[in-house]
Ligand binder design. Structure first.
Ligand code: ADE
Length: 232
């Protein structure tokens, strides 16, 4: 059982996020448990303040370290990063992290028994969270979100579908896009003609050799057009 604990100032954001499709089934099957925790729960002042002005000046507010450290301590049972078991991963989601990939999703799905996800907000998170608390600082791509919450959903989705038993059919996840071989080939289903748009003839022939050749070529063309960086 993989345990995913999300630390956020918007726990309601996750209310139905994991209630669909493969992730819902994985939860029902007991492969994963997801829980969103309100960061304010670990504040000790009357107004439950989670942020403060940045030292050195500048725009916006920064998430304070103490509630985040207290939350991770309670959720992991460990007082410092040095004590974590290797199966405990504490992930800070931020645009400054290393970029999330299928390989990292595979690493987490195979090696983690608990993932604590810290969702950044405002102008940032006190750097000591990344220095001394998180095991991984991860960005889901080179763009800036208003907070780490959508990134936490993306990461959990990508990891959970790779857990053994999560995919209903026998499809191998080793055989997908980004597992080192460029993009997937295009797929078609019925009808053979729709609004004047047709299905490539070769797919209707039943000639498996020809079909395999067409798929390789079509995948390569698509990769060249959309993701030339994958071919270098
Ligand atoms: N928070 C804001 N932008 C982000 C990104 N690209 N990835 C992860 N967390 C973020």
């Amino acid at each position: 059982m993989l345990r995913c604990d999300i630390i956020t100032i918007f726990p309601e954001f996750f209310r139905e996020a994991f209630d669909y499709g493969i992730i819902r089934r994985a939860r029902a099957a007991g492969l994963v448990d997801t829980k969103a925790h309100d960061l304010r729960r670990w504040t000790s002042d009357k107004h439950h303040v989670v942020d403060d002005r940045p030292f050195g000046g500048g725009e916006g507010m920064v998430l304070k370290p103490e509630p985040i450290f207290a939350g991770v301590q309670e959720l992991t049972g460990y007082r410092s990063r040095e004590e974590y078991s290797p199966q405990t991963r504490v992930v800070l989601l931020s645009p400054q992290g290393r970029v999330f990939t299928q390989q990292l999703a595979q690493d987490l799905s195979q090696n983690a028994s608990q993932i604590v996800l810290i969702c950044g907000r405002y102008e940032g998170v006190d750097e000591r969270v990344g220095e001394a608390l998180a095991t991984d600082e991860i960005s889901i791509g080179d763009y800036v979100l208003s907070g780490g919450e959508p990134a936490a959903v993306v990461l959990i989705d990508a990891v959970v579908r790779l857990l053994p038993g999560a995919l209903g059919n026998a499809t191998s996840t080793a055989n997908e896009s980004f597992s080192e071989r460029g993009l997937d080939h295009p797929q078609y289903t019925r009808p053979t003609e729709f609004s004047g748009l047709t299905v490539p003839e070769v797919l209707l022939t039943g000639n498996h050799g020809e079909i395999a050749r067409w798929r390789r070529e079509a995948a390569l063309q698509k990769t060249q057009r959309n993701r030339p960086d994958l071919l270098k």
